[in-house]
Design a protein around this ligand. Structure first.
Ligand code: HEC
Length: 231
């Protein structure tokens, strides 16, 4: 029996010790470029992260209402701190997208469907062994929550332009999107908001489909998630 146990211990030491020596001995590619993570790495890491975040993120709704002020604050925080890696409406696919290991999710095309509190938690503390920084100490908790308000995540067809840029009809043509841009007029204490829609798709025809979906209990976006014709 003692010999058997000893055998197990020696095997474990050889396997783990050997593995450690192999990894630390320079056999693992440490470059972020040009390879992306394998399916296995991706799945294991994402699963481990989801479980941790689910267990530790605060259990609360986003404390900020989708008021114009909160949305503007959030979109400014995003533009200044996150757009470089995660993309902006002006440049929906950031050049940094594939420069990290794992690559950076492009949040203009895809916002994770996790609750805001989970996204808040990920943003506050960052993601280990990735290029995602923890923003604790740089941004306040309020700033981070407002970023997620600015995404209009409950409004799939509304897209907010970064501050100082205006929406254009070209960017919504042939789609059901409503793009919004705003500017703060400090002198007169006003906000100027401009929106752009394609009046044919987003107009009566899109409305009819939208209403039909709502009346029949279909997903709101069914048949309407069309990509704009340009650019
Ligand atoms: C220096 C580049 C960089 C900056 C700046 C950055 N991020 Fe990230 N972010 C990343 C990378 C890389 C990942 C992917 C990490 C992963 O998949 O493990 C990521 C992942 C995320 C995720 C997780 C997405 C998912 O699929 O669950 C969220 C949410 C996020 N970032 C939000 C933000 C916010 C909000 C800001 C600004 C306050 C920000 N990030 C700034 C690089 C960045």
């Amino acid at each position: 029996m003692r010999g058997f146990l000893l055998g197990i211990i020696v095997t474990l030491v050889v396997v783990f010790g050997g593995g450690y020596l192999w990894v630390s001995g320079g056999h693992v590619d440490s470059r972020a470029l040009p390879n992306g993570p394998s399916q296995f790495e991706r799945r294991t890491a994402n699963h481990a992260m989801d479980e941790w975040v689910d267990a530790h993120a605060p259990k609360q709704d986003n404390p900020f209402k989708p008021t114009m002020d909160n949305i503007m604050d959030g979109s400014m925080v995003y533009d200044k701190n996150c757009a470089l890696c995660h993309g902006s409406l002006k440049q929906p696919i950031s050049q940094m997208r594939t420069k990290f290991y794992p690559p950076v999710p492009q949040l203009m095309n895809f916002t994770p469907d996790d609750p805001d509190a989970n996204l808040f938690y990920v943003t506050k503390y960052g993601i280990k062994l990735s290029g995602m920084p923890g923003w604790d100490g740089t941004l306040t908790d309020d700033d981070i929550y407002k970023v997620y308000r600015a995404f209009y995540r409950d409004q799939p067809f509304v897209r907010l332009q970064p501050p100082g840029t205006w929406p254009s009809t070209q960017q919504v043509r042939g789609s059901n999107y409503c793009d919004l841009g705003f500017k703060v007029d400090q002198e007169r204490g006003r906000v100027i908001v401009i929106s752009a829609i394609d009046n044919i798709t987003r107009g009566a025809a899109g409305q009819a489909v939208h209403n039909f979906n709502l009346m029949m209990g279909f997903p709101e976006t069914q048949g309407l998630d069309l990509v704009p014709l340009a650019p």
